[in-house]
Design a protein around this ligand. Structure first.
Ligand SMILES: [Fe+2]
Length: 395
């Protein structure tokens, strides 16, 4: 990330700053940084100590219900029927996970009662449908359809959702860091000219909200694989200024500048983020491979060391029969996959594609949650054999 700042900060760090003139209380400086004091950091100036608690509430462990299918095959599910309901955290329904990533589907219908902070991981929320504002200790972050909302760990926030607006999100949590790919950056961290996006495409908080208010403010912190509740007697958004390299932001999938070649380019051309042992890619609408002899769909490939998961976000996905917007395919490690019979021939000569998909590849096996079983399409495993049309894989 780049340097950003909002509000009032002094010329030097770690100096005396008063809230309102020499007789007023000193502001409280908080350094929020990764990797001890060796990673990126921001400095926030609070009206009160961010440690101040009114009451310590309960702790709830996260329970994950696993579905272990009877057979290891390619899988397809449809997330459209997943029921809406709950607030932006409680509505998250876990779909899959491993030690590096958790992926949930969320369709919140109400706002949080209080505030939330992930104390053990970075979050990315892909906004398939919906809009609103993430209110954060760094300021307001408006979001809209096709945004990736990236929220660094430690960011106290709440979600402002307009009445009557449908929300349909794909949520990622990682104990690691969400970063732009190393190969897009120069040695100073700036995005290179060949990167499919630039610093301008990452939208930081636009407006700082500073409350000098007393009252009852519930805060839930995700930590140690559970949720710890607290009650504060001061509004947690009491920051008068901040600066640094750590802040929540949005990046819109329509700002991803797709790459195409004379012949087919592999998925790394679509990479958007990197995390520990996983990548997140954006397959954006783009020109197709333009050589008259080119095969415009992906070649069959054996992802012998990764699990490929794809969420179909918009458009017509030519390589996949029976896959609609809102569906997810899982092509697990150990099995080759490619376009279904006839798809390549049908796509020959096509000049462009309007598909939009979000893909995450993990380098360690994924476990499926019970939700997948509810929305599984077991006929997908046989879809490469026209003679087996409609046959179902063991569940
Ligand atoms: Fe693939």
């Amino acid at each position: 990330m780049r340097y950003a700042t909002l509000g009032r900060i002094p010329a030097k760090r770690h100096v005396q700053v008063h809230s309102n003139g020499a007789a007023s209380p000193l502001l409280v400086e908080e350094v929020m940084g990764y990797e001890g004091f060796s990673g990126n950091e921001s400095i926030l100036l609070h009206l009160q100590s961010p440690c101040r608690l009114e009451r310590i509430g309960g702790f709830r462990r996260i329970e994950r219900e696993e579905w272990v299918p009877d057979a290891h095959v390619h899988r397809l599910c449809d997330t459209n029927p997943v029921e809406a309901g709950g607030d932006p955290v409680a509505s998250r329904r876990l779909l899959m996970w491993n030690g590096d990533i958790e992926v949930s589907i969320a369709k919140p219908t109400s706002e949080l009662d209080g505030f939330y902070r992930n104390g053990e991981g970075d979050e990315v929320v892909y906004i398939h449908r919906g809009r609103g504002v993430v209110r954060t200790v760094f300021g307001r972050v408006p979001f809209r359809e096709r945004d990736y909302v990236v929220i660094p760990r430690g960011t106290t926030h709440a979600w402002e959702l307009p009445d009557g607006e449908e929300q349909f999100w794909v949520c990622f949590h990682t104990p690691g860091e969400i970063e732009t790919p190393n190969r897009y950056r120069n040695r100073y961290g700036q995005l290179l000219e060949h990167s499919p996006f630039s610093q301008r495409d990452f939208r930081p908080p636009v407006e700082l909200e500073t409350f000098d208010d007393s009252g009852e403010f519930p805060v839930t912190v995700r930590v140690r694989d559970g949720f710890q509740d607290y009650l504060l007697d001061r509004h947690p958004f009491d920051v008068v200024g901040w600066d640094g390299y750590v802040w929540p932001y949005t990046f819109n999938a329509d700002d991803f500048e797709p790459r195409a070649g004379r012949f087919h380019l592999p998925p790394p051309a679509h990479q958007t983020f990197q995390g520990p042992n996983f990548v997140i890619c954006t397959f954006a609408p783009r020109m197709l491979d333009w050589d008259p002899e080119a095969v415009t769909l992906p070649y069959h490939h054996s992802n012998i060391q990764s699990e490929e998961v794809m969420f179909y976000a918009a458009g017509d996905y030519a390589a996949r029969e029976g896959v609609d917007v809102g569906c997810i395919t899982l092509h697990p490690s150990g099995l080759p996959h490619g376009p279904q019979p006839g798809a390549v021939e049908k796509a020959l000569g096509k000049k462009s594609t309007d598909e939009l998909a979000v893909m995450w590849d993990t380098f360690r096996p994924l476990r499926l949650a019970a939700l997948w079983q509810e929305i599984d399409k077991p006929e997908y495993a046989y879809s490469w054999n026209p003679e087996k049309a409609g046959a179902a894989a063991p569940g």
